[in-house]
Ligand binder design. Structure first.
Ligand SMILES: Cc1cc2nc3c(=O)[nH]c(=O)nc-3n(C[C@H](O)[C@H](O)[C@H](O)COP(=O)(O)OP(=O)(O)OC[C@H]3O[C@@H](n4cnc5c(N)ncnc54)[C@H](O)[C@@H]3O)c2cc1C
Length: 147
């Protein structure tokens, strides 16, 4: 089976992995200790802060379908917030705004479940090998051969 390596367990890497893993053997490498990338949440009990992306909108039909699926599963909610502009432009966001629920990183956590993710590995180089591409981390250790 074709082996695919994805560097980064942010939303892009996770969605790509979910889609590709239906046909290929997919391994994700993530340098931090959790999934989500910039869809990040920090906890300071009893509070939690989404300190990366605050919300997202859905422009394309394909992405609206993706959002609908996760809304039905209770992992995404429409965010009905009151916005103000500080520069006087009064620019309004007219498209529906969405947030992952209960926190921005929960969507990533859900996507990561069922995928092969290795955390705390920072990929620093790719080396061409006769049988494929070898991934190396920042210490020079090898992390397998991929197509
Ligand atoms: C403050 C802020 C506000 C934002 N607001 C919005 C918003 O309102 N609406 C919106 O749609 N978008 C917003 N964004 C952008 C949105 O967060 C990103 O577009 C989206 O989350 C990016 O996903 P990604 O997977 O492409 O990248 P990232 O989320 O950056 O994920 C990349 C992942 O790769 C990992 N990685 C990187 N290099 C390596 C390596 N060498 N080895 C292993 N792992 C590696 C990182 O640790 C990270 O987890 C905002 C971003 C920020 C920072």
């Amino acid at each position: 089976m074709t082996r695919i390596a994805i560097i980064g367990a942010g939303l892009s890497g996770l969605v790509a992995a979910e889609s590709l893993s239906k046909r290929f053997d997919v391994q994700i490498f993530e340098k931090s200790r959790g999934a989500g990338g910039r869809m990040a949440t920090r906890r300071a009990e009893p509070y939690a802060f989404d300190h990366g992306a605050q919300y997202f909108t859905a422009k394309s039909e394909a992405f609206r379908d993706f959002v609908t699926e996760y809304k039905e599963a209770g992992l995404v909610e429409e965010w009905r917030c009151r916005t103000i502009s500080l520069n006087g432009s009064n620019r309004e966001i007219r498209r529906p705004m969405f947030v992952a629920s209960p926190s921005m990183n929960s969507l990533a956590k859900d996507l990561a479940r069922g995928l092969k993710v290795k955390y705390r590995i920072q990929i620093s180089a790719l080396k061409r090998d006769p049988v494929g591409w070898v991934l190396l981390d920042s210490t020079g250790a090898e992390h397998g051969v991929f197509d």
